[in-house]
Ligand binder design. Structure first.
Ligand code: SF4
Ligand code: SF4
Length: 449
């Protein structure tokens, strides 16, 4: 969320846990200089849809009703206030327009008012960060989730590999797990475990798809911005894209196949994942998405300090390759490690290229169109540095990258094919042999056509 709203959000979270939400919310509205303007912001921070036509209840009651009914807001990035001012211009564009990867922010030439063209918006969240006036905001999903956590249902936090180092350079996964338990979660699981499965799947697909010099495949792994660019602008390459779900979706599906009543919450540095979780063919797999920055506010508001906790260990640790997904090149190196092990005859053909940042992704795909790219495995990440450079990371991308690499190297499992944890997990979901992870395995497949 925009820094302008952090204190307000902390106030809402704290009051919710202290049982004084209604009083605090009403007071915020009463004291607001422009109550009508703040109402939209509050609805987005609370993450609920408001029935404007309903005249029976006041605004506070409508918000509380939305929370108790779990009426989660569908829209992710939205404009929360009107803006016709000329902020500092970059290349003739307003700040928000200059960071928008697909030129989704449109300006009326007469009024200068700007709005988001939803058909182009990738929900990357860059405009939210860059607008100092706080005119853009992404939907926060913690308060509807807090209601579920309070009801003691089974709720799993699945954490992105980029979590390494975000809550303190020495904070371990075990300490983070304890912090999540304190919030009311049932357990915390590494998404990198599902990344391990998808690396295996993509290695098998590479073996089937790339048979000779000039053949290539495009990884679909992890990044919804990369996938959206391929679907919206570079559709002619869709047949070369691995038809795999992201590790986030794969992990959620595994957990729900083991316990269909479980709720799953993804925690990462990414706003676009909030939109991915709502895509038509994926809706219902991940129930809520939180970002690292939101989680930091939540921990602080509720006085949970992961650094001070002793930690709760698990037996389900991911491999080096899965954990490397947190930074650019992680997917390529994980898939390469497996190709080298189980398809040694394909070593010569495996030539990976990686690119990060949306402008760079588009430039690479343009070159691919022109036949200038010689690689056989193509990886793109929407953010500079990969997920460690995501819009909602807490630490800078270089610090994040170092922490991800350290956590990856520290893993006792170097390659997923050697992971007992992974093989046991696959058996539990009915996959007896890793080579069965090819096309047709519905749990990990999706169509981009
Ligand atoms: S969320 Fe991203 S794609 Fe959408 S309008 Fe903002 S900057 Fe553009
Ligand atoms: S690279 Fe950026 S947009 Fe892509 S998944 Fe990671 S954080 Fe999200």
């Amino acid at each position: 969320m925009n820094h302008k709203y952090k204190a307000l959000y902390a106030q809402l979270v704290e009051s919710y846990y202290q049982g004084d939400f209604e009083g605090t919310f009403s007071k915020i509205l009463e004291e607001a200089e422009e109550p009508e303007k703040i109402k939209e912001v509050l609805a987005v921070l609370c993450g609920v849809e408001i029935d404007q036509a309903d005249t029976e209840f006041n605004y506070t009651q409508k918000i509380i009703h939305g929370l108790t009914q779990n009426n989660v807001r569908q829209k992710i990035v939205q404009k929360v206030s009107s803006c016709n001012t000329d902020c500092e211009k970059v290349d003739g564009k307003s700040k928000c327009q200059s960071v928008c990867p697909l030129d989704a922010i449109v300006r009326d030439l007469n009024s200068n008012e700007k709005w988001i063209d939803d058909s182009l918006c990738l929900n990357c969240g860059r405009c939210v960060e860059v607008c100092e006036k706080g005119n853009y905001l992404d939907t926060q999903q913690f308060l509807p989730l807090a209601e579920i956590l309070r009801s003691k249902q089974k709720v799993f936090a699945i954490v992105a590999p980029a979590i390494a180092g975000q809550f303190g350079s020495e904070v371990t996964l075990d300490q983070l797990r304890e912090a999540f338990l304190k919030l009311g979660f049932t357990d915390m699981v590494e998404v990198a475990l599902a990344a391990d499965i998808l690396s295996l799947k993509e290695a098998i697909e590479f073996n089937e798809h790339v048979k000779k010099e000039g053949d290539f495949m495009i990884t679909s792994c992890c990044c919804p911005m990369w996938v959206a660019a391929l679907r919206k602008v570079y559709h002619e390459f869709i047949t070369e894209v691995s038809p795999s779900v992201s590790p986030m979706i794969a992990m959620a599906r595994i957990l729900k196949s083991l316990d269909q009543d479980a709720k799953v919450v993804f925690v990462g540095p990414c706003v676009a994942k909030k939109a991915e979780a709502k895509e038509k063919d994926l809706a219902g797999d991940v129930d809520y998405v939180l970002t690292f920055q939101e989680l930091e506010i939540i921990f602080e508001s509720l006085h949970i300090n992961p650094e001070k906790l002793t930690g709760v260990p698990t037996v389900d640790y991911a491999s080096k390759g899965g954990r490397m997904y947190g930074r650019t090149g992680g997917v390529s190196s994980a898939v390469w490690d497996i190709v080298e092990q189980i398809f040694p005859e394909k070593r010569e053909l495996f030539q990976a290229v990686q690119v990060d940042g949306m402008r760079e992704c588009k430039a690479l795909l343009d070159e691919l169109r022109e036949g200038k790219i010689k690689a056989s495995f193509i990886e793109g990440m929407g953010c500079k540095g990969g997920c460690v450079g995501g819009p909602k990371a807490i630490v800078d991308k270089d610090t994040g990258r170092e922490a991800v690499e350290k956590m990856a190297v520290d893993s006792a499992v170097k390659i997923p094919v050697h992971s007992e944890v992974l093989l046991n997990m696959l058996k539990k979901i009915g996959v007896e042999d890793v080579k069965d992870l090819k096309h047709g395995n519905e749990m990990f497949e999706r169509s981009f056509q």
